[in-house]
Design a protein around this ligand. Structure first.
Ligand code: TXA
Ligand code: MG
Length: 322
């Protein structure tokens, strides 16, 4: 079991020794290591069982620290940073030689972000290195949004979890880069497309790629619970699977159907922000429930709804695999 608490000095001491600490952010919990220490970064990949071709995000608390990690910050990146940092936005920028190749998986750009969580900000202020931190889940599984989620899966493998309570946004950061002067969104997330658009104009979307550009399609599913999940119209899906023990994840409606053993509404009030916050917890709860098939519904495709729908699509299996 990992020790859990709010002791920033202890977290900082462990990180300085090259150990791993789970940290809260406004999006999801991260599995943090000294991002300039190759040995420490290697153990992040090991503990997560993550392939080395999937690069990590560096977390810092100031723009000055970002500047020390990259060669250049284009004007559009500066405008996005000024508007959304600290916050759920990650920028891909040309990396400086200070950043180990391991962090960026050998790519010329490194992912950086300034997260918005008081405990983690206080921790970063005490450190003279960035924290390399992927989401604190085994590779391929749903990201953790509470300290308990981290404890359940990685507790045996790490010494300390900094407990910052449940994550306020609940989906990972939006990832943005710049290609030939154009703004490109690589992952939908906690900063909405509408907000990005208001700063940079309409960005190009480059989504649904495997994280390994050299082997597209190798990673079949991501952000996925262990039980099969189907996404679609719930009435239709229920009619097609009458003989299964169903776990139902709806946006705001309640369904009455005898096959439904467990039912979770993401937001009874119909709030997409609340639905983003409750989504990953709901998927985890379904994995523990006495059901054998998860059915989920797409939410309205605006605001954080786009990130929710993206995660549901990635978590889903094909109809014939259900
Ligand atoms: O909200 C978040 O972003 C959370 C919190 C902990 O900050 N972190 C997170 O990290 O979601 P992770 O590693 O689970 O997902 C980051 C994704 C990677 O899967 C990778 O595909 C992409 O960011 N990425 C990182 N560095 C990259 C790079 N240099 N080029 C392209 N994609 C990159
Ligand atoms: Mg992840």
């Amino acid at each position: 079991m990992a020790e859990t608490g709010t002791d920033i000095a202890r977290a900082a001491a462990l990180l300085r020794q090259g150990q791993l600490v789970a940290i809260p952010t406004e999006t999801v919990y991260g599995l943090a290591a000294n991002g300039l220490d190759e040995e420490a970064v290697l153990s992040v990949f090991r503990v997560k069982n993550r392939p080395a071709f999937d690069p990590l995000i560096l977390h810092v608390d100031t723009l000055a620290k970002v500047e020390a990690l990259v060669l250049d910050i284009p004007a559009a990146a500066r405008r996005l940073a000024a508007r959304f940092w600290p916050g759920p936005l990650t920028l891909l920028l040309e990396k400086s030689a200070r950043v180990p190749d391991l962090v960026s998986s050998g790519l010329p750009r490194v992912a950086v972000r300034i997260p918005a969580h008081p405990l983690t900000t206080a921790l970063l202020m005490q450190l003279d290195f960035p924290l390399a931190a992927p989401s604190a889940n085994p590779f391929g599984y749903v990201s953790p949004t509470t300290a308990l989620h981290v404890q359940e899966q990685l507790g045996e493998k790490i010494p300390y979890i900094l407990d910052g309570g449940p994550c306020g946004i609940g989906v990972e950061s939006t990832i943005i880069g710049f290609e030939e002067g154009q703004t490109v969104v690589y992952r939908l997330g906690g900063t909405s497309l509408e907000d990005i658009k208001s700063v940079t104009g309409t960005p190009r979307l480059c989504l649904n790629q495997s994280s390994n550009p050299a082997a597209p399609g190798m990673i079949k599913s991501h952000y996925a619970p262990r039980k099969p999940l189907l996404v679609g119209e719930l009435d239709d899906l229920l009619a097609r699977h009458p003989d299964r023990k169903i776990g139902l994840i709806s946006f705001d409606r309640v369904y009455s159907n005898p096959a439904v053993v467990q039912q979770l509404q993401l937001s009874a009030a119909g709030s997409l922000d609340e639905a983003a916050m409750t989504l990953f917890g709901a998927l985890r709860q379904m994995d523990k429930a006495d059901i054998d098939l998860i059915l989920a519904q797409q939410v309205p495709d605006t605001g954080l709804g786009r990130a929710i729908n993206d995660r549901l699509r990635r978590a889903a299996v094909r109809q014939e695999e259900a």
